[in-house]
Structures are given as structure tokens and as C-alpha cells.
Design a protein around this ligand. Structure first.
Ligand code: SF4
Length: 264
């Protein structure tokens, strides 16, 4: 059993990291309030709270909008500020082996933002996200909904390539994810498209599979999130392209509906 000192040290480590990242305040979920009682002298046996079907507590991904990691910078900041904070980042063990840090690219005010997992060999070489074969497929996916690649913003959870394209590790995600959250806060997309399990699970704080998460728009920090398969997975499993196409139709229809409501 881990003692209080262990957890205190863990929390202090997190706070030091956030301070290092320029975070000046944190939102901490408030404990649930007890309903006011008109007759405090009468005590009834406690009844467990029952979540209504339409409340956030009953949603399939619980707590995704409020957690101890729900940290936002106090001021509005630009992508340039975030990028200059990253500089020559050495915050995790991926820094020694990377060639280039891959910040992300595209429209800084995009309606649609894609979040992948981590740079691959081509991205590491060029310092740009999704430039290999998977990137070419992503460009086709974007064009399939009538948008251009320059219109959207594309980035990854990790900004540096894991050696041999292995999966991101928890400590690497913990070190790097705040930059992604700050990018989302800066771009303010209407829809975030999480590509692959790591993108979706990191953003939603869930362990649900991508197969269960996809196919629906999920409320996320004032935007909608669509989880779908990663283009690299589609290259290996082209039969799944149809599902991604269906997901992207939902994204396209939502964006069109927002544009229409903004006009009216
Ligand atoms: S992966 Fe992220 S935290 Fe790790 S060195 Fe690269 S930019 Fe820094």
C-alpha cells in the first residue's frame, strides 16, 4: 500500500512540471455539495447518488472534462507562445533520439483539428506532422469532406518520435500532453478528430477501445470530439476505411451545421 508521502511526492512532481510549462493556475473539480436540509436535526440513512441518464456523470466517459490534469493557462496564448515554450524540449526520455521536434502545422484558427499519436520516421526527418504514407492518406481523408489540408490543424500527443515507432509510454504522454491541451485551447477547434487509440484515450481519459469510441461526436471542452482509426492502421487494414469515411461524414455534417447556424 502506497503511503501519503508517496502521493504527496507525486503531486509535487506534477505541480513542478506544470510550473515549468508556464501553467499559472489549475482547475480542481469541486467536491459534490450536500443538498441543503431544512431539518438538519433529522438524519436519514445515506442514499447513494443516482446519475440521471442525461447528466455528464452518466455519460460513457466519466470525468473527461474535469480531472486533476484539466490544466489551462491563465491567459489566452498563441501557438507561437506554446512553440517557444517547447524550444529544445528535454522533458522526457525521447529527446536524445529525436532529429526534429514536431510541433504541428496548419490553420491556427482551424474548425477541425486532428490529433495523432507521435511522429514517425518521415515526420522526425522533416519536423512536420503526417508527411509519410499515413500523412498522404490523411490528406485524402480531409479532402473527402471537402476541406483542404491547410484549413485544418494537425498535431500529435507526443512531439518527438519514439524509437522504432514504438507505442508512446505513459511517462512520455504525461510529460508532453500539456502542450497538446494548450494547443487545443489556442486553436479552439469546433471538432477534434482523435486518430487512433492513444489520441482518443489520452484526450478522453478512458481505456475504452477505439472501436467503441468511434462513430459518435463526444462533448469535449466546449468542442466535439470524434475518435476514429489512425491512417497508419488503415494502410494495414484497408477494409476499415469505410468506417473512417462514415466518421468523417458525421464530422463534415456537424461543421456544416455550425456554419449554417452562424450565418442565420
Ligand atoms: S516528447 Fe514532448 S515532453 Fe518529450 S522531449 Fe519531446 S516535446 Fe518534450
Amino acid at each position: 500500500m502506497k503511503d501519503k508521502a508517496f502521493f504527496r511526492a507525486q503531486i509535487l512532481d506534477h505541480l513542478r512540471l506544470y510550473s515549468d510549462l508556464g501553467v499559472r493556475w489549475m482547475r480542481v473539480p469541486e467536491p459534490p455539495r450536500k443538498p441543503a436540509s431544512r431539518r438538519p436535526e433529522l438524519r436519514s440513512s445515506p442514499t447513494p447518488p443516482v446519475a440521471k441518464a442525461d447528466t455528464p456523470a452518466a455519460a460513457p466517459i466519466i470525468g473527461m472534462n474535469t480531472s486533476m490534469f484539466d490544466v489551462l493557462p491563465s491567459d489566452e496564448e498563441s501557438l507561437d507562445t506554446i512553440q517557444s515554450d517547447l524550444k529544445d524540449c528535454r522533458r522526457c526520455k525521447l529527446s536524445p533520439s529525436r532529429r526534429n521536434l514536431v510541433f504541428g502545422s496548419g490553420n491556427p484558427h482551424a474548425e477541425l483539428m486532428f490529433v495523432g499519436e507521435a511522429p514517425g520516421a518521415d515526420e522526425d526527418e522533416q519536423g512536420l506532422p503526417f508527411v509519410g504514407r499515413a500523412g498522404q492518406l490523411l490528406t485524402k481523408i480531409i479532402e473527402s469532406i471537402g476541406m483542404r489540408r491547410e484549413e485544418v490543424f494537425i498535431c500529435n500527443i507526443l512531439k518527438c518520435r519514439p524509437p522504432g515507432n514504438r507505442n508512446p509510454e505513459p511517462d512520455e504522454i504525461a510529460s508532453c500532453e500539456q502542450f497538446l491541451f494548450r494547443q487545443i485551447a489556442a486553436v479552439k477547434p469546433k471538432v477534434i478528430c482523435a486518430l487512433g487509440a492513444f489520441g482518443a484515450q489520452t484526450l478522453l481519459r478512458t481505456t475504452q477501445s477505439i472501436g467503441r469510441l468511434r462513430g459518435q461526436l463526444i462533448d469535449y471542452r466546449g468542442a466535439k470530439l470524434m475518435a476514429t482509426f489512425h491512417p497508419a492502421y488503415l494502410l494495414r487494414n484497408p477494409i476499415e476505411k469505410r468506417k473512417v469515411w462514415e466518421d468523417m461524414q458525421i464530422v463534415r455534417d456537424y461543421i456544416l451545421s455550425i456554419r449554417a447556424s452562424n450565418k442565420s
